[in-house]
Design a binder for this molecule. Structure first.
Ligand code: ARG
Length: 458
């Protein structure tokens, strides 16, 4: 029999029950539901809305349910409509009338809103150290490879020389911003909806400040309609996770390319690669590919949330029950990706010689060659053109700027001297890029220090 059976003349059709039920996916919020109910009951007692005796019985009963769920001696009833109904019904079964008083001055609408905020707040708190760990691994590797020369790319064409450490620190910056976004989302969702009731508050003399304080929220939601019908905190989080996954996916895409024989810049540890069922030679970067694939899944969760919310009139509508599977899936997916990606990154082997060899091809020091002339007084546009002509000559003769003869340089421009070879060596090109935020080893080390100190202050 349903808790709300009074109004109805018939049992609910079992298909409607199955269709309507959310316990299969909202059961995971049982701790938060119990915590919210304990705070609500405490407030009802303090304000004299229910007796202290009832409050005691309710809190003892809820703690008993919590313990039994944790130990497995109480199982979720798959027939229950949702986690809120299940816990309330179990409480009443166990303690009688006091259990029936718990829902005074409360609706499932403010109850689910508080549970979900508490749950997501906890999840964000759990996610932050994982993202920090990822940034830590990036910093370690960047330090180790602060002087490892590799080609930097634009349009996936070799462009200018950089260091591998610099490349890694670019990702560290992205993940730092992801951390910041997660903290802002947590702060924004940290408002307490209990007391909004079904939609229109309540006539009972409730104390929202008290429940707010008991549950560690910053302040009570200021409008009861908004308190029960806003789900933008889910959308905020799904958006943060989508951006995080986009970063992980770009990184994965690079790792996949770097593992190929065409690049061979890195080799994944055997424990983080997979083989083929038919081709004995294969070593596949499945983890990186799955991360790339799962990014789309998180985007799908975000799109789902945005789509089902966009047409809903105030206040609560049952469509909103769809929020949970979407945001839980986004969280589970992002966490799963992170915990697999981090050790894969940490254990990968960097093939420095191959990076260096790739950097030696593709004329990535051409800008430096032009800069050499500019620093000797040739206007940049002229220097650019002269260097372009030299590159064309190299391509025709199968040479590089390093192997072109000095008289060939001088035939294009008399300003060239013997020191051009020093000026265009990859080491000079990289070491000279000391501009703030640049790829020189000293700059990479500075970036690492700054990121680590920012991490510590978070
Ligand atoms: N299981 C519901 C949800 O997740 C709880 C709120 C139900 N409220 C209601 N008025 N039917 O949205």
């Amino acid at each position: 029999m349903k808790l709300w059976a009074g109004r109805f003349g018939k049992e609910e059709d079992s298909r409607v029950n199955d269709f309507n039920s959310s316990i299969s996916f909202d059961a995971r919020m049982y701790r938060q539901d119990i915590k919210g109910s304990i705070a609500h009951a405490t407030m009802l007692g303090k304000t004299g809305i229910i007796s202290q005796e009832d409050v005691k019985a309710i809190i003892a009963g809820l703690n008993g349910i919590l313990q039994d769920l944790e130990t497995g001696s109480l199982e979720f009833d798959p027939q229950a409509e949702d986690i809120h109904m299940f816990i309330e019904a179990t409480l009443t079964q166990r303690i009688g009338d006091a259990g029936k008083r718990l829902h005074t001055a409360r609706s499932r609408n403010d109850q689910v809103a508080v549970d979900l905020r508490l749950y997501l707040r906890d999840e964000i708190e759990g996610l932050i150290p994982t993202v920090k760990e990822l940034i830590g691994v990036l910093c370690n590797k960047a330090k180790e490879h602060c002087a490892t020369i590799m080609p930097g790319y634009t349009h996936l064409q070799r462009a200018q020389p950089i260091t591998f450490g610099h490349h890694l620190m670019a990702y560290a910056q992205m993940f730092l911003r992801d951390l910041d976004r997660l903290s802002c989302t947590k702060k924004r969702m940290n408002q307490m909806p209990l007391g909004s009731g079904a939609l229109a508050g309540t006539t009972y003399p409730i104390d929202r400040e008290l429940t707010c304080e008991l549950l560690g929220f910053e302040k009570p939601c200021a409008n009861s309609l908004d308190g029960v019908s806003d789900r933008d905190f889910c959308i905020d989080l799904a958006s943060d996770l989508s951006i995080l996954m986009m970063h992980l996916s770009r990184f994965s895409e690079e790792i996949i390319a770097w593992c190929s024989w065409e690049f061979k810049f890195i080799e994944l540890d055997d424990a983080f690669a997979t083989g083929s069922s038919i081709m004995p030679q294969k070593k596949n970067p499945d983890v990186a590919e799955l991360v790339r694939g799962k990014a789309s899944r998180v985007y799908g969760d975000l799109m789902g949330l945005l789509s089902f919310m966009k047409g809903l009139p105030l206040a609560y509508n049952k469509d909103m029950q769809e929020d949970k599977e979407a945001i839980f899936d986004a969280l589970d997916t992002a966490k799963l990706c992170l915990v697999t990606f981090i050790p894969m990154l940490d254990t990968m082997r960097v093939l420095q010689e191959n990076m260096r060899a790739a950097a030696a091809k593709g004329f990535i020091n051409a800008t430096d060659c032009a800069d050499y002339l500019t620093k000797k007084g040739v206007p940049f546009r002229d220097a650019y053109k002269i260097t372009g002509t030299l590159v064309a000559q190299c391509i025709q003769e199968g040479k590089t700027l390093e192997t072109l003869e000095l008289d060939q340089y001088q035939a294009q421009c008399s300003v060239f001297g013997e020191d051009v070879f020093e000026a265009i060596s990859l080491e000079t090109c990289v070491n000279g890029r000391t501009s703030l935020g640049g790829p020189a080893p000293a700059s990479v080390l500075r970036q690492v220090e700054e990121v680590l100190s920012e991490l510590n202050s978070l």
